[in-house]
Design a protein around this ligand. Structure first.
Ligand code: FES
Ligand SMILES: [Fe+2]
Length: 352
């Protein structure tokens, strides 16, 4: 599988990188080590010592330097070797590790792994996460045992909620919702609105808790490569959204390897109903969403991945349904962007 390189990937939540500690994570098959120098921006380096390829994350931090745990070479935040503890003290010219641009924004760390200049203006807008108060659920993370593209497919085809998450996030009457796709540059919105349907369990809990019919919408925004923001909510039938309640669900995917994916998620609630602004409810929503992704989506997508891997390519059928409109669009855009990376002169034209 080929990944888009010249783009921002979500590396971790900012809070994951604790002062004085090394943090290891593999992204796009590349082992990386992160740390937070005193008073400085988070640093990301190849987690591979320039001497004998030991992971630097198995060493320790000494101030703002990483000390390799194997033979003690020391590297600064730029990746330069700044100390050889052995008798000559000589530092070979090649003794450096690659460092990568990192921007801390919207409580997350965004990393640029490509060779082109990194432009922070290209980081998608996740300002819904800027609120550090109780309206945002737990900033969560899990690793899914599947390629990232199958998970984007899962998110951009919300019709699955009526089956895989029946009762919690969807129900049978919601199947009738049409799927609409809007594209603006390289940003997609995949929109479904189910009218006058029983409220799915999660939303009944957040809204009136009486099971009375609602209009329920899902509007999934996708930005390359795999950054998704879901505007989801319920309102009384025929009434404006503002009379209802809902949340902005953050779903940001970063390939760990070709067959495993970091899944970062949180939800920012709005129009929080009286009585449901409690910490207990916040935990409940956090747990329920994690349950849906970990116990319902992940086993299905993992099993789907296994079947795909066991099937000869010529036998793989990809029948399209009308609910696949978003899936077709995002795949077309990302394929064009990846192809353009192989043809640098066309890079700027894609999706413009
Ligand atoms: S492997 Fe790092 S100093 Fe030897
Ligand atoms: Fe799902």
């Amino acid at each position: 599988m080929e990944f888009l390189q010249n783009t921002w990937y979500f590396a971790a939540w900012g809070a994951d990188i604790e002062p004085g500690k090394l943090f290891a994570r593999t992204l796009l098959g590349k082992p990386l080590v992160f740390f937070r120098p005193s008073g400085g921006a988070v640093v990301a380096l190849d987690d591979r010592c320039a001497h004998r390829a030991a992971p630097l994350s198995m060493g320790r931090l000494d101030g703002d330097r990483v000390v390799c745990g194997y033979h003690g070479l020391e590297f600064d935040g730029s990746g330069a070797c700044v100390r050889n503890p052995h008798p000559s003290g000589r530092i070979p010219a090649a003794a450096r590790v690659r460092s990568y641009p990192v921007v801390e924004r919207h409580t997350g760390l965004w990393i640029w792994l490509g060779d082109e200049a990194a432009d922070p203006a290209l980081i998608p807008d996740f300002s819904k996460l800027d609120d550090t108060g109780p309206s945002v659920t737990r900033r969560d993370h899990m690793v899914m045992d599947a390629a990232y593209d199958l998970i984007v497919d899962n998110l951009l085809d919300c019709s699955h909620t009526s089956f895989l998450h029946e009762g919690i996030l969807g129900n049978q009457p919601m199947i009738a919702a049409p799927t609409e796709v809007r594209q603006s540059g390289r940003t997609l919105n995949v929109i479904r609105t189910a009218r006058n349907v029983p409220p799915p369990g999660m939303f009944d809990m957040l809204f009136r808790q009486d099971g009375a019919p609602v209009d329920c919408w899902t509007d999934f925004r996708w930005d390359p490569p795999s950054c998704l923001l879901l505007d989801v909510g319920v309102t009384p039938p025929g009434r404006p959204k503002e009379e209802g309640t809902g949340y902005f669900g953050t779903h940001i995917l970063t390939p760990e390897t070709e067959r495993t994916t970091h899944y970062q998620f949180a939800a920012t609630r709005w129009n929080i109903r009286a009585g449901s602004e409690t910490e207990e409810m916040r935990q409940k929503i956090s747990d329920l969403r994690r349950f849906a992704f970990e116990e319902q989506d992940e086993p299905m997508i993992r099993a789907q991945q296994r079947i795909i891997d066991l099937t000869p390519p010529h036998e793989l059928k990809r029948v399209l349904l009308e609910t696949d409109a978003g899936v077709v669009h995002w795949r077309r855009i990302i394929d064009e962007m990846i192809a353009a990376e192989r043809r640098p002169s066309e890079r700027l034209a894609v999706g413009a």
